[in-house]
Write a protein that binds this ligand. Structure first.
Ligand code: ZN
Length: 272
């Protein structure tokens, strides 16, 4: 065995151990095809929260629980995040049955789920949420997780795509649904919407959201600090833009907007 192979085996073994300690198999009943199966989900008591990123992705040690937050029925392929599992109406079940009649053979995943495998699971959950006509909050939350996963594997195109989809859904959820939305209270979601707009270069809109949440008296200090940092970043970018300095990500964003006929449509097709 080469040194590289030994290193891979050791890394894999430790990943297996971590997953063994931090996840557990639970029984689930599928509301669509009415069969029972087991799925692996994370054990929150075994995870230590460390920090929250600017886009509100929470970091945990020793593993990221979002890798195990989508359940896929191995029989019919229906998938959803754990918090939305089995909250199905008769009409939704009918729609899901119709679509999954023609697209069975869901992908199977092993015990250790990596970021790219997790993306496949979330895409399946997104497909299910679209087919069942889920609320904007559910569709937006799945898109947000897909955005986080893309960022964590340094796929900026994927990040932009899913941040813009999450923004579209979560803005609607903010005005149409009751809080908490996707586990967030009103100022937290307001901050997230500001951040998504900022990332997509909608600076005025981002500032409008920050203006809405910053005067909130009971805003937690951590969120206030994040909102003030974001406001500073926006002001700095606006100053750069007015000084005519190009930004590499802005170029990528422009390029991304142009490729509507090729990759973007392809990605949309795969997902939707
Ligand atoms: Zn099923």
């Amino acid at each position: 065995m080469t040194v590289a192979e030994q290193a891979f085996e050791m890394a894999f073994k430790s990943a297996e151990e971590i997953v063994g300690a931090c996840t557990v198999e639970k029984s689930y009943d599928c509301g669509v095809c009415e069969t029972s199966f087991k799925a692996r989900v994370s054990r929150s008591t075994k995870l230590r929260f460390s920090s929250t990123d600017a886009d509100l992705h929470p970091n945990f040690n020793p593993m990221d629980p979002m890798l195990y937050d989508v359940i896929i029925c191995p029989h019919c392929g229906y998938a959803s995040m754990t918090m939305y599992w089995n909250k199905l109406t008769e009409l939704q079940i009918k729609s899901l049955n119709e679509i999954f009649e023609i697209s069975k053979n869901p992908p199977m995943f092993g015990k250790v789920v990596g970021f790219r495998e997790a993306m496949e699971k979330y895409k399946r959950a997104l497909l299910s949420s679209v087919v069942k006509g889920a609320k904007h909050s559910e569709q937006g939350y799945v898109c947000l997780k897909l955005a986080w996963l893309n960022r964590l594997v340094n796929n900026n195109r994927g990040y932009i795509l899913f941040i813009s989809k999450a923004l579209r859904h979560l803005e609607k959820a903010y005005t149409q649904e009751n809080f908490p939305i996707c586990t967030m209270d009103e100022p937290t979601l307001g901050y997230l919407l500001a951040y998504c707009n900022y990332y997509l270069y909608h600076y005025d809109e981002a500032l409008r959201w920050l203006g809405k949440i910053l005067p909130t008296a009971e805003l937690p200090q951590r969120l206030r600090d994040k909102a003030l940092d974001l406001k500073e970043s926006i002001k700095a970018h606006q100053a750069e833009e007015s000084a005519g300095k190009g930004d590499i990500d802005k170029q990528l964003m422009d390029e991304f907007e142009k490729v509507k006929g090729s990759e973007r449509d392809m990605i949309d097709e795969i997902i939707l």
